[in-house]
Design a protein. Structure first.
Length: 224
């Protein structure tokens, strides 16, 4: 295994088995660059590849920050709908982009079965889109569209902040995802909402990004 990686033992909240999960040492997560929708590229190992933990015994999969937060009802649904059909296989150790994609698709499948909230779908779909972007695969757009739909539902239905996501960052993401899928009018209208929110001005980085991406959306619209 790479020096940057280490294993940790956790208890699966669905089947109660002890499992090993792989994490990246935080000192080895060196940021190389960022995209305007917060996709981060790293100098060496990419922690995104290890973000989804998968139980090799029962097929339960979730982003690490919510892996342990599963209700007894959801755990029962996973057992009945996923574990029954699961062929044991390990996701421990080094992951390439394909293995990372498989882990995220399993997390998405778990969300579908447990009727999770839109924000959980939004996060997973956006990350699947990023993995496709890194592979230069056009399915990126399909998953950006899913992410857009779920961030829009989150905006309509939730009280902010939703986890770590504040209202203005959510508005910015809706704008930027609209731009990336070619819906320039919607993008411009959402960027305008961010620019005209007095509260959003407290976040300088967000405002700078908004102005820059607004300009790109305008240019793209003029080019038709
Ligand atoms: Zn399990």
């Amino acid at each position: 295994m790479l020096d940057s990686l280490y294993n940790k033992t956790v208890v699966c909240p669905v089947c109660q088995n002890k499992i090993e999960v792989t994490k990246v040492k935080s000192k080895d997560c060196v940021i190389a660059s960022r995209d305007s929708d917060f996709c981060i590229y790293y100098e060496n190992v990419n922690p995104l590849f290890y973000d989804v933990w998968v139980c090799e015994h029962c097929g339960y999969a979730a982003q690490q920050e919510r892996f342990e937060n599963i209700s007894p009802i959801e755990a029962k649904i996973v057992k009945e709908n996923i574990s029954k059909y699961w062929k044991p296989r390990s996701f421990c150790g080094e992951r390439d982009i394909e293995k990372a994609m498989e882990a995220f698709k399993l997390a998405l499948y778990n969300l579908c079965k447990t009727s999770a909230k839109p924000i959980e779908f939004a996060k997973v779909c956006l990350r699947i889109a990023w993995l496709y972007r890194m592979k230069k695969d056009e399915r990126e757009i399909e998953f950006l569209k899913y992410a857009l739909r779920y961030y829009s539902e989150t905006y309509e239905s939730e009280t902010f902040p939703v986890g770590k996501l504040d209202q203005y960052t959510c508005m910015y993401l809706i704008a930027e995802l609209n731009r990336r899928v070619g819906k320039y009018d919607d993008a411009i209208s959402w960027f305008n909402k961010v620019i005209s929110s007095p509260e959003a001005r407290a976040n300088k980085t967000l405002m700078d990004n908004t102005r820059e991406q607004y300009r790109l959306a305008k240019e793209a619209k003029e080019k038709g």
